[in-house]
Design a protein around this ligand. Structure first.
Ligand SMILES: [Zn+2]
Length: 282
């Protein structure tokens, strides 16, 4: 098992900037709107405002590659991955778990890893954001993890999602592969999705949230726009706003619109899944 507490103590003792961001977290404002909790978190501006188009990504040094990480950052070796403290936290305990090699953010073939990680991190939720579903490094494969009690127990009811449950990582991976094959996708891109995984009572529970769209139509920092770029955490009911104005303005109507634009309703999902089923399966 990964000893997260000791790792945090060790890391934050030598990295004042990260410690400052974790300390600031206890003072961030939150409010509850309908089923959703909203968090005003200015430190997340880098992620929410991240330019993730191919040209911008090509220009910047990858912050998940070991060579470009801050000198203070330490890691725990975990097979093909390294466990790191996320210096721009949403959770009181927030980890980033990049692959050791600079390979694209893709979930295919990695759900088993995700389950095994969840089993190493009891009390934590491990999550994956697709390359156009909130990942701020779409060019470098990574998971994240956070203390699970921070999230709501269920995904808000307006959002259609799949819950895959199994007693082994292989079992869950197989169920996931079947689902993956039936989800709509553009060209050779992976189907858009956010995935969350927990290990509880000897079972692996994988929540898959298929997506229709990357960011809401009103994404931006202009008049009438909001800087929200939802990923797993937001769709699991904790919506992050890095700007105070958006935090103050966001209401049930806006949240409803975000969910509607980005995610499928149960009815839409039934229709979206049907054509690929017809192609591939009986
Ligand atoms: Zn990289």
């Amino acid at each position: 098992m990964i000893d997260v507490k000791t790792f945090f103590d060790k890391q934050l003792a030598v990295w004042p900037k990260a410690r400052g961001n974790f300390d600031a977290l206890s003072g961030v404002k939150t409010k509850t709107v309908g089923e959703t909790r909203v968090q005003f978190n200015p430190a997340r501006i880098a992620s929410t405002g991240a330019k993730v188009d191919a040209a911008s990504i090509k220009k910047r040094a990858c912050f998940l590659c070991e060579a470009n990480r801050p000198a203070e950052q330490i890691g725990i070796d975990w097979g093909e991955y390294t466990v790191l403290v996320n210096p721009f936290p949403i959770f009181p305990r927030h980890l980033t778990i990049p692959c050791k090699s600079h390979v694209d953010q893709r979930i295919a073939g990695r759900v088993g890893d995700m389950c095994r990680l969840a089993a190493e991190l009891p009390g934590y939720v491990v999550f994956y954001n697709g390359p156009r579903c909130g990942a701020s490094a779409p060019d470098h494969m990574h998971f994240q993890a956070g203390n699970a009690d921070f999230l709501l127990a269920e995904v808000p009811s307006q959002i259609a999602c799949f819950k895959l449950v199994g007693s082994t990582p292989e079992d869950v991976e197989k169920q996931f592969d079947d689902l993956y094959a039936s989800l709509p996708a553009v060209g050779d891109e992976e189907p858009m999705m956010n995935v969350l995984c927990r290990y509880e009572d000897g079972r692996y529970v994988l929540t898959v949230i298929p997506r229709k769209r990357h960011r809401p139509s009103f994404y931006g920092d202009g008049e009438g726009q909001m800087l929200v770029s939802p990923a797993s955490v937001d769709l699991a009911g904790v919506l992050i706003t890095p700007r105070e104005k958006d935090f103050n303005d966001i209401d049930e109507q806006a949240i409803e619109k975000i969910y509607k634009e980005l995610c499928y309703s149960p009815e839409e999902l039934a229709v979206a899944l049907y054509p690929s089923r017809k192609k591939g399966r009986p």
